[in-house]
Design a protein around this ligand. Structure first.
Ligand code: MRU
Length: 345
């Protein structure tokens, strides 16, 4: 299940604001459309946002093939600024833009701009394919942590829809399911944007993976009544000490899991690690519009004029995380040391 595909100069995105009711593809043929699609959450999830932004850069380059080299360079830096200003928390976006900027920086006055645009497109395609391979590898490493018959709680959507394919947390779940373990997934609804209800439940049902939906506030009771064996979520940004930002509500789950002595796992590619941040306090947390709480699809649910606070993400301290599953293996505490080692090799 791929949420994006590039065809003849156009990035096609599966519109995740309309799922699961309608399956609609949105065509983005300029960088402005790509940036709007990220901002409006037509595409969402950290790795998917990164790959989408890379295609946005490739599309911008394709439109600049007749530019002077100065104009091309300006076009590319404006494209990177536009894409970088869409959503602040998922570091994969900035990681992907850096990779594309690095290729664009190969520009010289003698460069053939259409060749450079080809190279940028190749890099975006490479990132897409790498992401799928990375997720499969996360799945294989994570599968080792999943017992036969496990009842697994997940939050938000860290699935194929949030990546180029296969997923991170749902990649681990897919790998366990494919290995024949009779697992059962409990999907948190994930208020207020309902990624769990709209996307995770739908995605798992497409693959025939047993799933039960419940609202976020039920997680504690499920754990207390012995119905959850482990929790696994994705991540939007992991600081150098292992503190992890993910969808709002993840931190509460980690606290609950600690209290109930249930393992709490993060599954994420290494590109989600931001070594520039010593700990989670510096992770920028996106604030989302008030209407996500006060309305549902145009129906008002709260009094007109009520004050609203709507952070899209929270930060789970490393001490609450049992392991971080990456494509290069499973990291355990002390995360600072283990993360530093990952980057040494
Ligand atoms: O606001 P969203 O839907 O983009 O948030 C997504 C998440 O929080 C995911 O858990 C995270 O990006 C990991 S996706 C593999």
């Amino acid at each position: 299940m791929r949420p994006l595909r590039y065809e003849d100069g156009t990035l096609m995105l599966l519109d995740q604001t309309r799922l699961p009711v309608e399956l609609v593809w949105v065509a983005c043929s300029d960088v402005e459309a790509v940036a709007s699609a990220i901002r409006d959450m037509i595409v969402r999830g950290a790795p998917a946002i990164g790959v989408t932004a890379a295609y946005g850069m490739a599309i911008a380059a394709r439109h600049g093939c007749n530019d002077s080299s100065e104009d091309f360079s300006l076009r590319m830096s404006n494209a990177a600024i536009l894409l970088g200003n869409t959503r602040p928390t998922a570091v994969n976006l900035f990681w992907a833009l850096e990779r594309m900027k690095h290729i664009a920086a190969g520009l010289t006055p003698e460069s053939c701009l259409s060749e450079l645009a080809d190279r940028l497109l190749l890099e975006a395609r490479r990132m897409e394919e790498e992401d799928v391979a990375i997720n499969r590898s996360i799945g294989a490493h994570g599968n080792a942590l999943i017992p036969e018959g496990a009842r697994i709680l997940t939050h938000c959507n860290a699935g194929a829809l949030a990546t180029a394919d296969y997923g991170t947390a749902l990649g681990v779940i897919r790998a366990a399911h494919d290995a024949g373990k009779r697992i059962h997934v409990y999907a948190d609804e994930t208020r207020p944007y309902l990624q769990g209800a709209r996307l995770t439940a739908w995605e798992l049902m497409q693959d025939g993976i047993p799933v039960t939906l419940q609202c976020d506030s039920m997680a504690g009771w499920l754990m207390a009544s012995g119905r959850i064996d482990l929790v696994i979520t994705g991540a939007d940004r992991i600081a150098a000490n292992g503190d992890t930002a993910n969808k709002i509500g993840t931190y509460s789950l980690a606290v609950l899991a600690k209290y109930h002595r249930i393992p709490f796992y993060i599954a994420a590619p290494i590109s989600t690690i931001d070594r520039n941040l010593a700990n989670g306090s510096g992770i920028p947390i996106e604030e989302r519009p008030a209407r996500e709480l006060t309305e549902f699809r145009g129906i008002r649910m709260a009094p007109e004029g009520v004050r609203v606070y709507n952070p899209g993400f929270d930060v789970t301290p490393a001490e609450l995380i049992s392991a971080i599953i990456t494509e290069r293996g499973t990291l355990r505490a002390p995360y600072g040391l283990r993360i530093a080692r990952l980057f040494e090799n």
